[in-house]
Design a protein around this ligand. Structure first.
Ligand SMILES: Nc1nc(=O)c2c([nH]1)NC[C@@H]1CN(c3ccc(C(=O)N[C@@H](CCC(=O)O)C(=O)O)cc3)CN21
Ligand SMILES: CC(C)C(=O)C(=O)O
Ligand SMILES: [Mg+2]
Length: 295
């Protein structure tokens, strides 16, 4: 990766530091709306960046303030919001209000809407019709869809209509039944196909590609071959960016998380402690105290 230092002027005439530049921690927080070319600049400078899922107002606003440049309203809302056991059942009508809540709540982060199973696979026309709903009704800045070479025409239909597209290859949860469960993809011979898929997405106009559960060596090679950023989840440290589902990252998910997850907090413990403390105080007659009441 080359090192390139730029500072640019936008239509306001204001000079802005590129995202992630500068010596202080604050400097890594973008002061204005993150745009797609910022992500490409970060790749060119070799500066890794974070992406998180978000599905509602508080998380979106907090992650935006924390300097997460890209938020994904994932179809993983199926598991992590709606309580389905796979991502397959979730619909556009269920996801749209979440996308709208997130876009309403951020000032800087780029918001990507994940196209759910069945909402784009039928044809490039279907993909465009669905993407248009997420852009117009959800006010998303980009959409994401799962698939490689076979979906190049879909990606091209979207990008040529002005819809920025993020690809997603490797383990693609919407195809879990076809892939035989939650398994690492792209080992051995399949690594060549993964690279071909990534290149096909780039050539079709995708602005970034998620690689989920692929060997770190393969992800590294794809990352070096592509001009557009790669975003890893269980794909090692050589991707241009890293994404996690926020409930996994913050320890809200109970039960065993996938191996690629690191927990940075114990929200499950904190929330369950708060609920128990509230319940105890109500049962003991300690809450509400006089200062919580009106007289
Ligand atoms: N909370 C959450 N986190 C996710 O990362 C996530 C979702 N939900 N929902 C949609 C998909 C499903 N994903 C998953 C779900 C489970 C594993 C998992 O259990 N992995 C095991 C087994 C891997 C193997 O056998 O090779 C692991 O230990 O990583 C992986 C990805 C990723 N996505
Ligand atoms: C894990 C990310 C990449 C995703 O697709 C989702 O959350 O739906
Ligand atoms: Mg998804």
């Amino acid at each position: 990766m080359s090192s390139k230092s730029t500072s640019e002027h936008d239509h306001t005439g204001e000079t802005t530091a590129p995202y992630g530049s500068g010596p202080s921690p604050q400097a890594s927080t973008p002061r204005k709306k993150v745009r797609i070319h910022h992500l490409r600049e970060l790749k060119d400078r070799g500066e890794p960046w974070p992406m998180l899922t978000a599905y509602d107002m508080y998380t979106a606003a907090l992650f935006d303030e924390a300097g997460i440049p890209v938020l994904l309203v994932g179809d993983s809302a199926a598991n992590n919001v709606f309580g389905y056991d796979t991502s397959l059942p979730v619909t556009v009508d269920e996801l749209l209000p979440l996308v709208r809540a997130v876009t309403r709540s951020v000032s800087r982060a780029l918001v990507v809407a994940d196209l759910p199973f069945g909402s784009y696979q039928l044809s490039p026309e279907q993909a465009l019709a669905t993407a248009v709903r997420f852009m117009k009704e959800g006010r998303a800045q980009a959409v994401k869809l799962e698939g490689g070479q076979h979906f190049a025409a879909h990606v091209e239909a979207l990008t040529s209509a002005g819809v920025p597209v993020m690809g997603h290859i490797g383990f693609t949860p919407q195809s879990e039944h076809n892939l035989g469960g939650y398994r690492v993809q792209g080992r051995g011979e399949a690594g060549e196909q993964l690279l071909a898929d990534a290149i096909a997405l780039q050539e079709a106009g995708a602005f970034a590609v998620v690689m989920e559960m692929v060997p770190a060596e393969v992800a590294k090679r794809v990352t070096h071959e592509l001009r557009i950023p790669t975003i890893g989840i269980g794909a090692g440290s050589d991707c241009d960016a890293q994404v996690l589902v926020w409930q996994d990252m913050a320890g809200l998910r109970t039960g065993k998380a996938p191996r690629f997850v690191k927990r940075y907090a114990d929200l499950a413990g904190a929330l369950s402690g708060a609920a128990r403390a509230f319940a105890d105080e109500v049962r003991r007659g300690e809450f509400p105290a006089p200062e919580h009441a009106f007289h």
